[in-house]
Design a protein around this ligand. Structure first.
Ligand code: ADP
Ligand code: MG
Length: 380
């Protein structure tokens, strides 16, 4: 049974009628442009065919009642008395979105419904952004305010930053809000302008979950952000987005060696991301794959956010005849890599990489052949 059918059926069981709305918001995988979003730079993710779903109906009072099928938990809160999170639980993502929307002046109505998702939790495919955006979409349906993808993405990012206390850039929320079917989305993280480009014909995007999880990454993430800010400050810039590769190379020796490497990743990654857009526009899978390979090397050696498991799975993928290129994706230190492969070779690729990776590391991976899906929206 599809998740749409599952949430619909459970809604009927719980509430005795069909839901008034079914809404969906996807997870994402980033093809290229890593650790560039908080440098006002470019990212190139796609929304995936795994998503968070809510089947719901409006309520007359200002309460939200939600049943999570995945957590087997039923929670309720009042829109005019939002409880601050003590220990973060799934319901706090819904409360955080309600908080920020009300802060921004949206008049929210209550609703009740059933929540479920198939974005793997905590593996770096952004199940949290999917849950935030699907919640925003639920409020949009019952409250009738206008849906603007960029405004909703910014609101959900703020919920994650300020309500959940997770520092993240704008990429995850923006792609979950604005993804386009069968296309990747180049996002300018400064202007939030988006340009979509089709994935090269005859290719497939495969997510390679190393089965390892990032631990204690918050401090490392914050440290990388600070190093990038220091480099930008040194050059008298608001963000590393504003320096191109030739100028950077001319002035790189002014930075201490560590800051230099961190900045070099960001500056070259921005350029690679724009070149990836050009490659995609002419359906050049080989060029796109090569840029992904270079991105991984830069993240591994200059930005130092890879891990032995990520390096191993990327090497297994790149060694395969069907693979155009593979790289770690997301914040790093564990989680997932992404590969661009020949579509007809995809099932064989998955089997071979699984075997090679298990032999090399002993870890149990999860591999998903995925396709680019539409951003947050209403299914019925
Ligand atoms: P990710 O990398 O998947 O975004 P996070 O740690 O940022 O990982 O967010 C995961 C959290 O989001 C979960 O612990 C849970 O609180 C919430 N969440 C995500 N998906 C669901 C879901 N389908 N149902 C309930 N809660 C969810
Ligand atoms: Mg998250």
């Amino acid at each position: 049974m599809s998740l749409l059918e599952t949430v619909k059926q459970r809604f009927r069981d719980e509430f005795g009628e069909d839901p008034a709305f079914i809404v969906r918001a996807p997870g994402r995988v980033n093809l290229i442009g890593e650790h560039t979003d908080y440098n006002d730079g470019f990212v190139f993710p796609m929304a995936i065919d795994r998503a968070a779903w809510i089947a719901l109906r409006p309520r007359e009072d200002k309460r939200v009642l939600a049943l999570s099928l995945d957590m087997e938990d039923r929670r309720e809160f009042a829109l005019d008395d939002l409880p601050r999170p003590a220990e973060v639980a799934w319901i706090d993502y819904l409360i955080g979105v309600a908080w920020v929307l009300q802060e921004r002046g949206y008049a929210l109505r209550g609703w009740e419904g059933v929540v479920s998702g198939d974005v793997p939790i905590g593996s770096g495919l952004s199940s949290s952004a999917a849950l935030e955006l699907v919640t925003a979409r639920a409020f949009h349906c019952v409250s009738g305010f206008e849906w603007n993808a960029a405004a909703m993405a910014l609101a959900c990012q703020r919920a994650e930053n300020e309500w959940l206390g997770v520092k993240c850039g704008i990429m995850d929320q923006m792609i979950s809000a604005a993804g386009v079917e069968d296309r990747a989305l180049l996002i300018d993280c400064r202007s939030l302008e988006t340009t979509s480009a089709p994935l090269p014909a005859g290719t497939a995007v495969i997510i390679l979950d190393t089965g390892t999880r990032r631990g204690l990454v918050d401090s490392k993430y914050n440290e990388r952000r600070e190093q990038c800010e220091a480099a930008a400050r040194h050059f008298g810039l608001t963000a590393l987005r504003d320096i191109n590769v030739p100028t950077f190379e001319r002035r790189a020796s002014e930075l201490d060696p560590l800051t230099r490497r961190r900045a070099r990743h960001v500056v070259t990654e921005n350029e690679r991301t724009l070149r990836a857009r050009d490659a995609m526009n002419v359906a050049d899978a080989a060029a796109l794959g090569q840029l992904m390979i270079e991105s991984h090397i830069s993240l591994r050696d200059d930005f130092e956010v890879s891990s032995p498991a990520l390096d191993a799975i990327v090497n297994c993928a790149n060694a395969d005849e069907s693979c155009f290129g593979a790289r770690m994706t997301g914040a790093g230190f564990g989680g997932c890599a992404v590969a661009l492969v020949r579509a007809e070779g995809a099932p064989g690729f998955v089997e071979r990489v699984r075997k090679r990776y298990i032999a090399a590391t002993g870890n149990q991976p999860a591999l998903y052949i995925t396709r680019a899906s539409q951003g947050a929206g209403q299914a019925t």
